[in-house]
Ligand binder design. Sequence first.
Ligand code: F6P
Length: 323
Amino acid sequence: LNNIAVLTSGGDAPGMNAAVRAVVRTGIYHQLNVYGIMYGYRGMLKNEIFPMESKSVANIIQRGGTILKTARCKEFYEYEGRKKAYENLKKHNIDGLVVIGGDGSFNGAQKFSQEFDIPCIGLPGTIDKDIAGTDSTIGFDTAVNTAIEAIDKIRDTADAHDRLFVIEVMGRDAGYIALHSGISTGAEHILLPERKTEVNDIIEELQANERRRKLVNLIVVAEGDETGGAAEVGRIIKERCPQLDTRVCILGHIQRGGAPSCTDRILASRMGYAAVDALLEGIHNVMIGIVNDKIHYTPLDKAVKAKQEIDPEWFKIVKILAS
Ligand code: F6P
């Protein structure tokens, strides 16, 4: 192993920069040449590949976004695209690749590593925490904390006006941001894609709450919930409970930005270090996870397919604590 490259792909997540920094500095420590690839797979196809030094990653551990930029690249789904990308890597004699991204990015890495002789290591970088083989993903903790900060503020104004708020958080098909931010802010209801919620049940509870003069209610909805997001839940509640003062708030992309939390910086630093370590050890085509505080390898194809499960006990906790 002589020359490795690192890229960030898919939606950005706070802590990606910390991971890039760890890969670059660990690589240099082991006397490897480290290359950065701009705009994820798209940059691999367009040969936007440049050598990085230790100082290329100075002053970035605390920054959100990704200095390598990111993109979603359709051409990489095609064999011809991947071949072009391979040829570009070969121009720089790159013999190891670290991909920081979500399950879509691992899907690409998995195909690429099967077709060409470039060992790939995946690092789970996504706010959604929707990847099996790791207890958390880079960016999740920060996103949840951003959501909490916003929801706490919403509760202040909800409380002042005796209002009901329906708040939508991100997570794509996964409900972890909703579950964690909902529990942490004392939300009365949390709607998740992992478990069907009957809106009728919520309406009944809201009416019961109203009878005991409990008018401030927060409902956190994961964007992937099958009811149809906060706008739809809010519409139904307004229609069925016109006497309640209901507002809808979609938190959106603020959840993707901001300085990474301590937890994400540490997760990213450990994972970036472990990625280079794995390449040096000849461990290939795995995603680095951390399970029970230990580095854990998951074959890239398993990291792609599997979803984490939400323990049903969490739903019981939500119900008991918000009653
Ligand atoms: O995967 C991260 C994520 O922020 C999801 O939570 C969300 O569904 C999606 O990306 C939004 O994608 P975009 O930034 O392309 O609108």
